[in-house]
Design a binder for this molecule. Structure first.
Ligand code: PLP
Length: 426
C-alpha cells in the first residue's frame, strides 16, 4: 500500500499553518514530539477493555504497564489517591461522572454556558441537559466574577444532586471551599471541571480543588499539554459522608463507581496509544521545565491583559488569574464573529465567545477569547506580549483594510518564524 499522499500532504499543510500563525485559542496547545510519537504507535492496535490487571482481553501485559504509569504519574501530579485515565475526552469524563452518581431527571447546577460554562454542564443541546434537570448560576453583571450568592440561593432552592464548577471562558480563580459548604448543606456532590486551568493548578498557581470537591475532571490537551483526552480524579474525602442517602463518602466505593461508569458505562475499549501519550505528558508535567512553563503562562497572560487594558479593551472581570481572558468588544464596535474572521486573515487564530449578558447570538457574539498556553509553549515571553496585542489591535482597527491585514500577517509570520515548532519534522 502506497503512503496516502492526499492525507499526508494535508497534514504537512496543517504543520505549516501551525508554524506560521499566532495560536491564541485558549483550549489549544502544542504537545511534545514524544507525546505525538506515542499516539502514532503500535499501541493503537490493542484492545484492552477493563483496567490494568483486570482486562477482558489477552495480551495486555504491556498496556497494563503503560496505563498504570499514566495513573501513577497523574496521581503524583495532583497529589491524589484516584485517577482514571481512560475517558476519550473531557466531555466523556463528565458524562461518566454524571452516570456514576446521578439518576435520570436528577437536578444539577452549573455555570451558564453564556457566562463561561461548558456544554456538558447542563446545556439543553447536550446529554447533560437532556438526561438531567439543569439549573444555572452566573457571574455578576458589574464585576464579571462568579455570583456565589446566586449559586447558594439556587442550590438551596433546587437542591441539586450535583454542583458543577469550572469553566471554559472564565479568567478568575474559583472559591471551591465556599461551593463545598453549600453543597454539604443541601446534600450535593461537587464536581470541579478543571479542563482549562489544570496545568496551572498542577503547579500550585491556582486554588487546589481536590480538598473541597468530591470529584475533579479535566481534559489533558489544554494547559496540561498532553494528547487530546480526559481524566477523572479524586482525593480521599476524609471518609466524610456526602449527606446523601444512597452513597456514603468512601473513596473505594466511589472509585468503583467511576471506573464502572467509564467502562462499561460509557465507553468500550480504551485508547491505549493515547493513554501512553498521557503518561508521557504527565511525566513532563512533573519536571522543573513544566514548572517554569506554568509560571510563564500565568505571567504572559497577565502581561497580555494589561496591554489590552491599556488600549481601552474591556476584559471581563478586569483581568486574569489563569491562562486566558475574555474581551467584550462592544466598545470597539466589532462583533466577536467579525473579529475572529479578521484575525484569521492576519494568521492570528482565536475564537469568538459570548460575554456575560450578551445581546448578540452565539453565532455572532460580542466577545473574543484569547489564551496564551500555546504561544508560551512556542517560547514567547512577556517581552513579546506587547507586540502580540499590538498586532491584534491593528488588525481589529483595520477590519476592512485587506492591504493592512496582509501586512500584519507578514509581521505575524516573521515573528513566529523565530520560534521553531517541531524542527524534527523537517
Ligand atoms: C474543553 C472543555 C471540556 C471538554 O473537553 P473535550 O475534550 O472537548 O470534550 C469540558 N469542560 C470544560 C470546562 C472545557 O473547557
Amino acid at each position: 500500500m502506497q503512503k496516502d499522499t492526499a492525507i499526508f500532504s494535508l497534514i504537512n499543510k496543517e504543520l505549516e499553518r501551525q508554524r506560521r500563525g499566532l495560536e491564541l485559542i485558549a483550549s489549544e496547545n502544542f504537545t511534545s514530539l514524544q507525546v505525538m510519537q506515542a499516539m502514532g504507535s503500535v499501541l493503537t492496535n490493542k484492545y484492552a477493555e477493563g483496567y490494568p490487571g483486570r482486562r477482558y482481553y489477552g495480551g495486555c501485559e504491556i498496556v497494563d504497564q503503560t496505563e498504570q504509569l499514566a495513573i501513577d504519574r497523574l496521581k503524583a501530579v495532583f497529589n491524589i489517591e484516584y485517577a482514571n485515565v481512560q475517558p476519550h475526552s473531557g466531555a466523556q469524563a463528565n458524562a461518566a461522572v454524571m452516570l456514576a452518581i446521578l439518576q435520570p431527571g436528577d437536578a444539577i447546577l452549573g455555570l451558564d454556558l453564556s457566562m463561561g460554562g461548558h456544554l456538558t454542564h447542563g446545556s439543553a443541546v447536550n446529554f447533560s441537559g437532556k438526561i438531567y434537570k439543569p439549573h444555572f448560576y452566573g457571574v455578576t453583571k458589574e464585576e464579571g466574577i462568579i455570583d456565589y450568592e446566586m449559586l447558594e440561593a439556587k442550590a438551596r432552592e433546587v437542591k441539586p444532586k450535583l454542583i458543577i464548577c469550572g469553566a471554559s471562558a472564565y479568567s478568575r480563580d474559583i472559591d471551591y471551599a465556599r461551593i463545598r459548604k453549600v453543597a454539604d448543606e443541601v446534600g450535593a456532590f461537587v464536581l470541579a471541571d478543571i479542563a482549562h486551568p489544570a496545568g496551572l493548578i498542577a503547579k500550585g498557581l491556582l486554588s487546589y480543588p481536590f480538598d473541597h470537591c468530591h470529584i475533579v475532571t479535566s481534559t489533558t490537551h489544554k494547559t496540561l499539554r498532553g494528547p487530546r483526552g480526559g481524566v477523572i480524579m479524586m482525593k480521599k474525602d476524609v471518609e466524610n459522608p456526602f449527606g446523601l442517602k444512597d452513597i456514603k463518602g468512601n473513596l473505594r466505593m466511589m472509585s468503583n463507581l467511576m471506573d464502572m461508569a467509564v467502562f462499561p458505562g460509557t465507553q468500550g475499549g480504551p485508547l491505549e496509544h493515547v493513554i501512553a501519550a498521557k503518561a508521557i505528558a504527565f511525566g513532563e508535567i512533573l519536571t522543573d521545565e513544566f514548572t517554569t512553563y506554568a509560571h510563564q503562562v500565568k505571567s504572559n497572560a497577565q502581561t497580555m491583559a494589561a496591554a489590552f487594558t491599556n488600549r481601552g479593551y474591556n476584559i471581563i472581570s478586569g483581568g486574569t488569574d489563569n491562562h486566558l481572558m475574555l474581551i467584550d468588544l462592544r466598545n470597539k464596535n466589532i462583533s466577536g464573529k467579525k473579529a475572529e474572521q479578521v484575525l484569521q486573515l492576519a494568521d492570528i487564530t482565536a475564537n469568538k465567545n459570548m460575554v456575560p449578558y450578551d445581546d448578540k447570538s452565539a453565532f455572532v457574539t460580542s466577545g473574543i477569547r484569547f489564551g496564551v498556553a500555546a504561544i508560551t509553549t512556542r517560547g514567547l515571553n512577556e517581552e513579546h506580549m506587547e507586540n502580540v496585542v499590538d498586532l491584534i489591535d491593528r488588525s481589529l482597527m483595520n477590519a476592512d483594510n485587506e492591504t493592512e491585514l496582509a501586512a500584519i500577517r507578514k509581521k505575524v509570520n516573521e515573528l513566529m518564524s523565530a520560534f521553531n515548532l517541531y524542527p524534527e519534522l523537517g
